[in-house]
Write a protein that binds this ligand. Structure first.
Ligand SMILES: Cc1ncc(COP(=O)(O)O)c(C=O)c1O
Length: 394
């Protein structure tokens, strides 16, 4: 007889998980793609950090705090199919990308291929290096929803250093094909950088199988860990080939030797790291990631597809036109709805204790496992009312 596989949480268990996110006691939260909701587990983990600080002062560093850094690298590696020595820790995506960008010379390969649909910080990283010889190539955003693989292929050549793409595009929810991105880069001797901040937690990811060279992600959104921790994956074969020059003492092979005569980079991905992390944020990130891991990314994806499909149907039923593809298998949990005055709608919904956000021209909703069909019903009714109400006199 087949052994039973992992059992999917039933409706009651999803409700039990929702109950550990106190925001739902007073509000309906639909903005995980900006900031994941705070769970009681994450709150308790930050409390533990404070207690250790109280009780042990600096000696907490050399015990539990240091161990938490290691545990976090391991958890992140598990979430994306990597090994812990391929993970470096940073305070933000920007800091991680800066370390990556600092590992290249750009003289023979000045071109960096990106798209207009990236999150701005990703593009600014290389736009700001024009004076240092970088040739940023920004692909037009097409329909504003999808970014076709062919566009990256056409723009990549033997002068390309990096192909940079999102796993999930932050305004559209479109899911990029990571295997195709790395194949395009590698066909021309270039490397591929993936911004997976909107992907990890929402989508199963296997960095080894898809062959990407770098992947940045972090705790803020779908990993439920709040601000302050980002992760950089660096493919192991690149470790000894690359010498980032934007580094700090955490990147040294023998950090606690405190040598100042020479910089010897760590053998693993830590060679990209900078300075002292925010330890409270490490505790929060570790606890948030543990929730996601326990639920299982495949289960989360299945539940989210159900919620997103239902939300789209209900939005259409109230006369709205969500910008989503017909086939949701290439789409993540970000649903944008064009409206005439997005920030007025966000404010109107906030008055009804429904939290959504806006981007130029659209209201953005991002359901996650803790949302329910009842939340979908409520947000659609509130949107209908807010859009029917006359605009306040200015
Ligand atoms: C895809 C993506 N990348 C990067 C960022 C932000 O990066 P940073 O950590 O540098 O603020 C965001 C949003 O916060 C994002 O949605």
């Amino acid at each position: 007889m087949d052994s039973p596989g992992p059992r999917a949480p039933d409706a009651f268990e999803w409700a039990a998980h929702r109950a550990t996110f106190p925001i739902f006691r007073s509000s309906i939260y639909f903005n995980t793609c900006s900031l994941g909701a705070l769970s009681t587990r994450v709150e308790a983990a930050v409390g533990r950090f404070l207690t250790l600080w109280h009780e042990h002062g600096a000696s907490a560093w050399y015990g539990p705090w240091w161990d938490t850094m290691g545990a976090l690298r391991t958890r992140c590696a598990q979430a994306i199919g990597a090994e812990p020595d391929e993970i470096a820790l940073f305070p933000s995506i920007t800091a991680a990308l800066t370390a990556v960008a600092s590992a290249f010379e750009y003289r023979d390969r000045p071109r960096v291929v990106m798209s207009r649909l990236e999150f701005p910080t990703t593009v600014y990283q290389w736009l700001a290096k024009r004076g240092a010889g970088v040739e940023p190539t920004i692909l037009p955003g097409g329909d504003g929803l999808t970014m076709r693989v062919d566009a990256y292929a056409a723009a990549t050549d033997r002068r390309t250093q990096l192909v940079v793409a999102s796993h999930v595009y932050f305004t559209s929810g479109y899911v990029q094909d990571l295997g195709a991105m790395s194949a395009i880069a590698h066909a021309h001797g270039a490397l591929c950088v993936i911004d997976a901040y909107q992907g990890t937690g929402q989508l199963p990811t296997d960095v080894h199988a898809c062959g990407v060279d770098f992947l940045v992600t972090g705790g803020l959104k779908w990993l439920l860990g709040g601000p302050g921790v980002a992760f950089l994956y660096v493919r192991r074969a690149l470790h000894d080939r690359l010498h980032p020059n934007d580094v700090g003492w955490f990147a040294h092979r023998d950090q606690f030797a405190f040598r100042t005569d020479a910089f010897e980079p760590a053998d693993d991905a830590r060679r990209f790291e900078g300075g002292t992390p925010s330890v409270a944020a490490l505790y929060a990130a570790d606890a948030g990631l543990s929730v996601v891991q326990e639920l299982g990314i495949d289960r989360l994806r299945a539940r989210q597809l159900d919620l997103v499909g239902d939300l789209i149907d209900r939005l259409r039923a109230v006369g709205l036109r969500p910008r989503v593809p017909t086939d949701l298998s290439g789409h993540a949990g970000i649903v944008t709805v064009p409206v005439p005055d997005p920030s007025a709608v966000v404010t109107a919904l906030r008055q009804r204790r429904i939290i959504v956000d806006s981007r130029p021209g659209v209201v953005r909703l991002s359901p996650y496992f803790y949302n329910t069909i009842e939340d979908n019903r409520a947000v659609c009714a509130a949107l209908r009312e807010a859009l029917a109400a006359p605009a306040p006199a200015s």
